[in-house]
Ligand binder design. Structure first.
Ligand SMILES: C[S@@+](CC[C@H](N)C(=O)[O-])C[C@H]1O[C@@H](n2cnc3c(N)ncnc32)[C@H](O)[C@@H]1O
Length: 280
């Protein structure tokens, strides 16, 4: 498995998120339990071999900020999926799933079909680790190896996605890796595939507005990661979705953290949104 770990480029960021989720699992007040996160980490080389000194107090604080962000974010998307599936949605698409293990760790109603999209190198590592754990999904899980800047809707349709049925989409930790143009196109593509009663959740961290990302960008050992950030949607992604027929609810990240009894110290306009296509 170790040989399969691709440390070059974007897949590394998926390992970073898994690392934060594994650490969350150590807390008594954890917001979720992701036993697979530790398995992914154990199978991979250190994602940040040249990273900054973890004992430096500034670095430790930054790491904690990232950890809180990932913990709150993970729980937010967990809750979103539980809620829309309880409401009857049976088709789920995780865009840029990374090392997400929701197919395995959440309880799904019968007949949920879940698609995971990410780059091929992420799945070659992920599937090998899951197989070595004997992991069995609690829903029908279909992986689709694609570049989300290319014609992914075609690959998703080939994999069995039905645009005529409602879908629940998550776009988690992805948009800031895309340029404004690619992120805007992605949201338009998702909108075109979303029929009545579809749902969407995303995190809206924009590089220039997010104090934690801005601090990390300025650190030498993290430049391998931070040079991959292209900023995401320049304006308000919610407004863009509204123009594409969605009804949008915006959520402030700090307020959400407080609701989960966590504190976010970095001030930023980062947040989340959920959107629904009305069933009229
Ligand atoms: C920070 S990770 C987040 C992964 C997961 N959603 C999570 O929260 O753990 C970003 C993910 O986006 C994926 N990604 C970035 N650019 C992509 C692209 N052009 N096509 C497909 N996946 C991409 C990476 O491979 C990586 O898994």
């Amino acid at each position: 498995v170790e040989e399969m770990a691709d440390r070059s480029g974007v897949g590394e960021t998926a390992l970073g998120a898994a690392m934060m989720r594994a650490e969350e699992g150590e807390r008594v007040d954890r917001l979720f339990d992701d036993p697979f996160a530790a398995a992914f980490l154990a199978a991979a080389p250190d994602p940040f071999p040249d990273g900054p000194d973890p004992d430096d107090p500034q670095i430790a604080e930054l790491k904690e900020a990232f950890q809180t962000n990932v913990a709150v974010r993970t729980r937010f998307f967990d809750d979103f999926l539980r809620s829309v599936c309880a409401g009857g949605c049976r088709q789920v698409v995780l865009l840029a799933a990374g090392l997400d293990s929701r197919a395995f760790r959440l309880e799904w109603p019968a007949s949920v079909r879940l698609f995971e999209l990410d780059l091929p190198e992420v799945f070659s590592f992920k599937e090998a680790v899951l197989a070595s754990c004997g992991a069995a999904p609690g829903c029908e899980r279909i992986t689709v190896a694609v570049d989300l800047r290319a014609d992914w809707p075609r690959e998703l349709a080939k994999a069995g996605f039905e645009a005529s049925r409602p879908a629940a989409w998550t776009i988690e930790g992805l948009l800031s890796y895309l340029t404004d143009e690619a992120a805007t196109r992605l949201l338009a593509d998702v909108s075109a595939l979303s029929g009545r009663a579809s749902h969407l959740a995303l995190d809206t961290a924009h590089l220039d507005d997010d104090a934690t990302l801005t601090r990390a960008r300025d650190l030498p050992g993290l430049d391998g990661i931070s040079t991959m950030w292209h900023g995401g949607v320049r304006g308000d992604p919610g407004a863009l979705l509204e123009r594409n027929g969605w009804q949008v609810d915006r959520l402030d990240r700090a307020a959400l953290a407080t609701a989960y009894s966590r504190q976010i110290r970095d001030r930023s306009s980062a947040g989340f949104l959920t959107a629904t296509k009305q069933p009229h």
